[in-house]
Every structure is written in C-alpha cells, then in structure tokens.
Design a protein around this ligand. Structure first.
Ligand code: FAD
Length: 468
C-alpha cells in the first residue's frame, strides 16, 4: 500500500463521494467516475428518494470527514412518527424518550453536492462525470467506461478499484461474469414498489403539516410516508404492491381509479397533493430489493462498498447511514496499518459483513412494523412503555429503534440481537399481563418493569445462544 497508488472509485453518489473525501484526507490520489452529469450543474430528476433520513451512524462518518456541521445545516430534525388514519385522526409517537435524539430529513442532491464540493477541494481528487462503467477487468484492474455525451468508449487502469456504484453495481456484475473466484450473491425483491409524489408548500412557503415529524399513513398492505424539505414541501412516498390486492401499481392506471384509491385510503393526504394525476403517471415506480454478496473484494485489487455490497430496503432509513458507516469502518481498518490492500479488504469485510447482513434483515422487519403494527394497540402500549423507560432511565434502556438509530457505538448485529430479544420480552410481559401501565407511572413502577424486561431479555438471549 502506497500513497502513490492510483485509486479509482466508480460512483460519485453518497458513499463514493464520502469515500473519495476520506481517502484524499488520508493522502491518497483519487480518480472518481460517475455515470450521471454533475448534479450541482444539471437538474437531474432524482427518480428515487429525493430526501432521506440521516441519523447517528451517518453523522458519525460525516463527523470523521469534517462534514457533520454542514450536513446538519441543510437538515430538518424529525422527532417522531406522525400517524394518520383513514378518518383523518392523527397521533404522534416519538422516536426516543431521551432528549436530543431525532433523525434528520435531508435532500439527497444537496447532501451529495456538499460532499462533491468538499472532495473537489482536494488537489488529490479528480471527478469525471457522464462516465458510465460498463465492466471491470478485475485481474488487470482496468475499468471500461462509456462517455454518455460523446458515446466514446475508454478505459482506465488503476492500482485499486472501489465499486461504490450502488445497487446495480457494474463491479459486482463483473465479479459474476469474470468467474475468477467463488462469488456468492443473492438479490431478493419485495412485491412492493414505490412512487414519489409531492405535498407543496402553502402560499407563504410554509409546511402544510408538522415538519418535525416523519408522517405515516399505515394501511396494512400498503402505506404512504412523507418527509419534509427545506422549501416547505414534503416528499411523499407510496409503497404499494405491483400486482396484489384491490389496488396495486398495475391496476392504478386511470385518474378515476387513482382518485378512488386515495379518496378511500388517504383522503387527508389527497387534499394536499394537487398534482397527483400528473405525478402519479409521470413519476417512475421504483423496485425495492435486498442484495447480499460475498466476498466483497478480489485479491489486492477491488472492493465493493455501500449499496454495491449490500443494498437494503428503505424501511429503517439506514441504507445511506450504513453506506456512510462503511467509510467509517474502512477508515478504522486503515488505522491498523496493515501491510497491503488485500489484508485491509479482508479485515474490513470481516469487521463489517455481519452488521450489513443484520441491517438488511432489520429493514425487512421494519417494513411489516411500519405498514401493519404502528397503529396496533399492543404496539402502541409497548412504545409508550419504551418511551417512559428511555426517559426515566436514559442510560439503562434503549429500544431496538434507538439501538439501531441513535446508538452509533453498538454494531448493527448486536443492536439486532438485543433489540429483537427485548421486543419479544416486552410484548410477552404485556400479553401475559405481567406489566401494568397507566398515564403517570412512578419511577418505582417503571424500575420494576425495567428489571423484568432486562431479566426476560437476558433469558431470551441466553436461550438463543444455547440454540446456536
Ligand atoms: P447510490 O446512492 O446508488 O450511488 C451510486 C452512484 O453510482 C450514483 O451516483 C450512480 O449514478 C453511480 N453509478 C451507478 N452505476 C454506475 C456505473 N456503472 N458507472 C459509474 N457510476 C455509476 N437510506 C437512509 O439512510 N435513509 C433513508 O431515509 C433512505 N430512504 C430511502 C428511500 C428509498 C425510496 C430508497 C430507494 C432508498 C433509501 N435509502 C435511505 C437508501 C439509500 O438511498 C442508499 O443506501 C444510498 O443511496 C447508498 O449510497 P451509495 O452511494 O452506495 O449508492
């Protein structure tokens, strides 16, 4: 490993631009290639997730690169979920009982832009737009590109190649097509896709619904969510089956049917989306899938990182956060001063793989929780107890959501194991009538619940350990 090594990163999205920045800060020379035009100059319709929930793991990686403050300046804090039922009744549920724990709504384009700006400040970073990687000769570390504008084909030879080119990674496809090693790969799609719509700002440029919350319209088989933007608008996302149920993306083809669906299921939201007809027909329907693969690297030559290595469904709001955390973990491995890239890549995957597998599984869990359970009385009872416990015992109790979202020092795999056991313990205690709650619980009453939850959780974790 040598600071003179020519490092090529494919993909200048969220992960690629942060990785380029961090490696440049460490003194490496970076060539960053991106298939799309420069999003700071051309208005690229995002096509997918215009805004995202940024939380502690992502912020930790941004802090490492000196970017946390800048990212927070363009974020809107969201303190909890704001649920809407069909009758227009609403209720709020905080993300945490602790003070100062919230997630942040941020524009994908704006975040990407500040990362590109910062990376570009380094003389060690060259960014090339409109350059789409077609395939990678992994043996000889040569990436083949096509320039979108001129249609010219060209290649770049590097010492090391990183694939930060997202869920459809060209590097990952080359691992499969080149057949140089045993590469395990799975891709699982949900039967649900997503479509983005917009609640515009009111006439004064203000948000029409609370901007301090992530809004959810849970309806069992499908749901609508909305995250606030700085300009007073909300980006609304409909998650719906492609072809199952009374209403689905395949049969919502006429204005009458789209209106009927929204009037029946989301009347309060419909009233706030004036351009539903145009947006529903013109905005693309995106697929939702999980990619798992291994190994991520080939010898001392190439490495997959971010969504290219582990794309997940968006229901925990963790895909970007996990991809940023990849950069943090990779940086920790570099601190170990191992002798070559091969050792670095191996150590990185060993440290990281079980955690990205865990967040992939947690994200699927949350798909069901958000569309089905959040409005369920048992779930609401559990959340109330958890909020009380977090508020009263801020250093002793962390819900699964808090472990994943606000506890950047606990790895995803630990958060999953402890969080799942804790959920099971608490739900069992409620169902078995072992815990009794009322509006104003005393500290002693809550202490007794905490003791029971900890005891039951440890028992479940122990049983799981024995079961292997
Ligand atoms: P990408 O963001 O996909 O970036 C890849 C980059 O590589 C892009 O710029 C692309 O143009 C470029 N590229 C692709 N192919 C090539 C090629 N062949 N050659 C050159 N360049 C190429 N995550 C969260 O943390 N919070 C959320 O709230 C959240 N919400 C989401 C909502 C939706 C609907 C979706 C779909 C995802 C959401 N995510 C969220 C996940 C998040 O978008 C991804 O995890 C994140 O974008 C991954 O970053 P990345 O840089 O690895 O990949």
């Amino acid at each position: 490993m040598n600071k003179q090594d020519k490092i090529l990163i494919i993909g200048a999205g969220l992960c690629g631009s942060l990785l380029a920045l961090r490696l440049a800060q460490r003194g490496y020379k970076i060539e960053l290639y991106e298939s799309r035009p420069d999003l700071r100059k051309v208005d690229i319709s995002a096509g997918r997730s215009i805004n995202l929930a940024l939380s502690d793991r992502g912020l930790k990686a941004l802090r490492l690169c000196g970017m946390e403050k800048k990212a927070k300046e363009i974020s809107i804090p969201m303190y909890g979920r704001f649920m809407h039922d069909k009758e227009g009744n609403t209720f709020e549920s905080n993300y945490s009982g602790r003070e100062g724990e919230y997630i942040n709504s941020i524009s994908r384009g704006d975040l990407n832009a500040i990362l590109l700006d910062e990376a570009e400040k380094h003389e060690n970073v060259n960014i090339h737009f409109n350059s789409s990687c077609e395939n990678v000769d992994i043996e000889n570390t040569i990436a083949h590109f096509k320039d979108y504008k001129s249609k010219r084909k060209f290649f770049v030879k590097a010492d090391v190649i990183f694939g930060a080119d997202g869920a459809g990674s060209a590097l990952r496809k080359s691992y499969i097509s080149e057949r140089k090693f045993l590469f395990s790969y799975s891709q699982n799609y949900l039967n649900h896709g997503y479509k983005e719509l917009e609640i515009p700002a009111d006439n004064s440029g203000n948000h029409q619904i609370s901007k301090s919350h992530l809004h959810i319209w849970p309806r069992g088989d499908f749901m609508l969510i909305a995250l606030p933007n700085l300009d007073g608008s909300f980006t609304v996302t409909l998650f719906l089956s492609y072809n199952e149920g009374e209403y689905n993306f395949e049969n919502l083809t006429t204005t009458e049917k789209i209106n009927e669906f929204f009037e029946k299921e989301f009347p309060d939201a419909l009233a706030l989306i004036p351009n539903i007809k145009k947006e529903f027909s013109q905005n693309p329907t995106g697929a939702l899938g999980t990619v798992k693969c291994s190994p991520w690297s080939y010898l001392n030559k190439t490495l997959l990182i971010g969504d290219a290595a582990h794309a997940i469904v968006p229901f925990y709001g963790q895909g970007m956060n996990a991809s940023f955390e990849d950069v943090f973990v990779f940086d920790e491995i570099l601190n170990q001063e191992l002798s070559d890239w091969k050792s670095v890549f191996k150590a990185y995957e060993k440290a990281r793989k079980k955690d990205t597998d865990a967040i992939a599984d947690l994200a699927i869990d949350n798909f069901y929780e958000m569309r089905d359970h959040v409005a369920n009385p048992l779930f609401k009872e559990k959340r109330k107890i958890e909020m009380d416990l977090e508020k009263t015992f801020p250093n002793q109790y962390f819900s699964k959501y808090s472990l994943v979202t606000f506890n950047e020092n606990i790895v995803y795999n630990e958060a999953m194991k402890r969080g799942r056991a804790q959920d099971k313990a608490l739900l069992n205690l409620i169902v078995d009538d072992e815990v009794h709650t009322h509006l104003n619980m005393t500290k002693e009453e809550l202490r007794s619940i905490l003791d029971k939850v900890i005891h039951e959780t440890d028992k479940i974790l122990q049983e799981d350990k024995i079961a292997g």
